[in-house]
Design a protein around this ligand. Structure first.
Ligand code: ADP
Ligand code: MG
Length: 259
């Protein structure tokens, strides 16, 4: 086994799980190495390591409070880690600002909406578009078209349905054309029609080479979307591998599915 992979695995796990947990495939576009974040006495993210290959969709699951949102904040540099490193295309990004990391090609959505309710759908996108202003409207229009919201381009965000707001948030991540996209609970509260559209959009983008890391409790959708599942429990990486194997793992069932 690669000694670097061995080194990321803590000693008390069964030997059979070692090769898979925290694996960092060669040429990973996003790498997380030994990432740790505490809040007082709580270790929200505890020595987490893994790498993700470009053009893939990975699910990040785990019970409430297992550290998923904190891990997203650490990866996107919204919050400093106490130790460890994040690399994008091999380049360390851990000590950069969130906006620098975004500029380098990492975009994310949030568990709770960050739309501007009194701006139109188009304005919400233009407000975050980087680069030349003259292209911002075109890019906003292209993003709205991609998620099927062209008809409501001039509606205030506050007047959109919940599902449309979720799609608008997704369009807002896409407007700056990131290579790596983190989605924090994109399906929460979304109806089945919107769910299907989101799944189709994510797969279409993956087929164009985009890389996704997605957390959601809707395990049916995570299984349908992802080629790999990473499980967190109490801030630690509990399992990592193909979705069917991870889902059948007795420790994962105990920690997550069994409750
Ligand atoms: P998840 O997204 O998996 O539900 P979180 O990352 O939100 O988990 O939380 C992981 C742990 O860290 C929880 O115990 C939570 O209470 C704690 N935590 C998260 N954010 C903060 C914060 N800003 N201040 C204090 N504790 C936090
Ligand atoms: Mg969360």
């Amino acid at each position: 086994m690669d000694p670097e992979i061995e080194a990321t695995v803590s000693g008390d796990r069964p030997a059979t799980a070692r090769a898979a947990i925290g694996s960092t495939p060669a040429g990973a576009i996003l790498e997380v190495a030994g990432l740790t974040r505490r809040f007082g006495g709580v270790i929200a993210v505890n020595d987490v390591s893994f790498g993700i290959v470009a053009g893939t969709v990975t699910g990040l699951i785990g019970p409430n409070g297992s550290g998923k949102s904190t891990l997203f904040r650490l990866i996107s540099a919204e919050m400093p880690a106490h130790s460890g490193e994040v690399r994008l295309r091999g380049q360390p990004i851990t000590r950069r600002s969130a906006s620098e990391v975004n500029r380098l090609g990492l975009g994310r959505t949030f568990q709770l909406s960050r739309l501007y309710p009194a701006m139109t759908a188009t304005e919400n996108l233009v407000a975050v578009t980087r680069g030349e202003a003259k292209h911002a409207l075109e890019r906003a229009a292209a993003s709205l078209d991609f998620v099927g919201l062209t008809a409501v381009a001039d509606e205030f965000a506050a007047n959109l349905s919940y599902g449309q707001q979720k799609l608008l948030e997704f369009a807002r991540v896409l407007v700056n054309d990131p290579d790596v996209i983190l989605l924090d609970e994109p399906f929460a509260g979304v109806n089945p029609v919107m769910e299907e559209r989101m799944v189709a959009h994510i797969h279409a983008l993956r087929d164009r080479g985009k890389t996704f890391l997605i957390t959601d409790h809707e395990i049916r959708l995570i299984m349908a979307l992802c080629s790999r599942l990473i499980v967190l429990d109490h801030g630690e990486l509990l399992a990592d591998g193909d979705p069917a194997t991870v889902r059948a793992d007795a420790r994962v069932i105990d920690a997550y599915f069994g409750t």
